[in-house]
Design a protein around this ligand. Structure first.
Ligand SMILES: Cc1cc2nc3c(=O)[nH]c(=O)nc-3n(C[C@H](O)[C@H](O)[C@H](O)COP(=O)(O)OP(=O)(O)OC[C@H]3O[C@@H](n4cnc5c(N)ncnc54)[C@H](O)[C@@H]3O)c2cc1C
Length: 461
């Protein structure tokens, strides 16, 4: 599939960051091609995280990351309202279990203020247990962070990609970039689906960003895949966790949290383990045991409920302490690297920042008139009304009342819609991310065969 067309900008990587950038630039007069190695958008790190919309209260002040997380929080919050990305404004409680941790809380409040976040409050033991009665014994003091929220990472990625495509971006899936030839007028990217040409190239390749960077002659950073494993609990556990329960960060990292999920479950995690294999998204026995022991101390009653799933994601950690976003104007090339543990939140702000850097490099990024409205995404969260709950909708279209997945209450109408959408799923995992089908406690035992039939029919269309 080689093309003679030269796009103004080629964005490599259709995770949240690449899709946000493609969306932003497709809103200007530039032509944009978005190239993704996998068969779907949002199939890398962006699909497997803790899905918190961070205020950035605990970021390192005065870093690019702290600035972009705070800005991204506002941008994504507003975009979620426009598009229907599920968000639940649960708030968080940071809990101190030792005197040392309790002593650290006032400092964290000052840090939050340096990051522009002024809503934190110190609370005593009694108030902690009033808010989270099922917390394990021994909590000494707490810090409230009312703005921390839970969000649907899958819908975020898909909304940004759908918007980019509606604005005219060309999306190439299944096209891994294997090399680049930089010429005087344009760069040719060699991909597994043929050559793709762009005047500018933006590298948003996540775990592969350093490898692509080397194709442009740079040797400035190395990505270390830092695995985070998580446990998912049955929905019966959800009332125990009304807010996100955070650990006091230490030199060893942010620690293990207990959080409600946007789909009505509870999760415990993540672990933090540096690996060398950039594809190692499997979970491990040691990770499981670590999370069970940590989680049991945090909330023993949680372990009376069942763990229904485990998963792992890989952070694109790097040898830099901050995001690494840099322009090579001579090669018309821009690196967006090291977007480690906050890129879901910051993605739209990263896109805004990148747009500004292109403007400084002389690229016209004036927004176009007549942009299509943002897409309205199907609601797969528990906060809003799901199709099966909407009597009028079911009366109009009985397919929304025909349940395929009984655990997650996913209807045949939603599965049909996913295949008819601008970016249809390519496989079962893609269908899960768009509808929640097979994501319940039976993990597809009851609906797996039926869903596979629907997938075969849908992809054959
Ligand atoms: C355990 C864990 C918990 C996290 N929790 C949170 C959280 O609560 N809140 C938050 O804001 N952030 C969180 N994050 C971070 C967040 O998930 C990431 O920062 C974000 O998803 C990064 O998005 P991305 O687009 O940069 O990367 P990705 O989603 O990995 O996208 C990069 C894409 O580039 C593609 N690609 C790579 N190489 C090539 C190539 N050569 N050619 C073509 N395509 C290529 C990949 O296939 C991939 O799809 C967490 C991360 C992890 C792992």
């Amino acid at each position: 599939m080689s093309s003679d067309v030269t796009a103004d900008v080629v964005v490599v990587g259709a995770g949240i960051v690449g899709c946000a950038i493609a969306r932003a630039l497709a809103g200007t007069h530039l032509t944009v091609t978005l190239v993704e190695a996998r068969d779907d958008v949002g199939d890398g790190t962006s699909k497997a995280n803790t899905a918190l919309l961070h205020t950035g209260f605990d970021a390192t002040p005065d870093t690019l990351e702290s600035r972009l997380v705070a800005r991204g929080y506002d941008l994504l919050g507003a975009y979620a309202e426009q598009t229907g990305i599920p968000v639940e404004r649960t708030g968080a409680m940071l809990v101190a279990w030792t005197e040392e941790e309790a002593d650290a809380l006032p400092g964290l409040m000052v840090k939050a203020e340096r990051n522009g976040y002024r809503d934190c409050g110190l609370v005593q033991t009694e108030e902690i247990y009033r808010r989270v009665p099922d917390l394990g014994p021994g909590a000494l003091a707490g810090l409230t962070v009312p703005g921390e929220s839970i969000i649907c990472t899958w819908t975020t990625n898909l909304a940004l990609a759908t918007d980019a495509v509606a604005r005219g971006a060309i999306l190439l899936r299944g096209a891994r970039v294997t090399g680049a030839t930089v010429g005087p007028e344009h760069t040719t990217l060699h991909t597994t689906r043929g050559d793709v040409r762009g005047r500018w190239v933006i590298n948003a390749a996540g775990l592969g960003a350093d490898l692509l960077d080397a194709e442009f002659g740079h040797q400035r950073f190395t990505v270390t895949p830092r695995r985070g494993e998580l446990l998912v609990f049955d929905k019966l556990a959800r009332p125990m966790v009304p807010v996100i329960v955070l650990a006091v960060p230490s030199s060893r990292g942010k620690g293990v949290l207990v959080s409600p999920t946007i789909y009505g479950n509870v999760m415990v995690g993540p672990t933090s383990e540096n690996l060398t294999d950039r594809t190692a998204t499997g979970t491990s026995e040691s990770g499981f045991e670590f999370l069970v022991s940590k989680g049991r101390a945090l909330m023993p009653a949680l372990f009376d409920e069942e763990i229904t799933a485990t998963y792992a994601g890989l952070r694109a950690a790097s040898d830099h302490d901050d995001y690494l976003i840099d322009v090579d104007a001579a090669a018309r090339y821009l690196l967006v690297g090291g977007i480690r543990s906050t890129g879901l939140t910051s993605g739209m702000a990263v896109a805004e920042y990148v747009t500004g850097l292109l403007a400084e490099a002389g690229v016209d990024v004036t927004e176009r008139d007549g942009l299509p409205p943002p897409p309205r995404m199907p609601n797969i969260g528990e906060v809003g009304v799901r199709p099966y709950q909407d009597a009028e909708r079911v009366a109009d279209d009985p397919e929304y009342g025909r349940i395929v997945c009984f655990c997650e209450r996913v209807s045949a109408g939603e599965i049909r819609d996913a295949f008819a959408s601008p970016i249809p799923p390519a496989d079962l995992d893609g269908l899960r991310r768009r509808t929640r089908v097979m994501n319940g406690r039976c993990q597809g035992f009851y609906c797996g065969a039926h869903t596979a039939q629907l997938l075969a029919a849908g992809t054959a269309r």
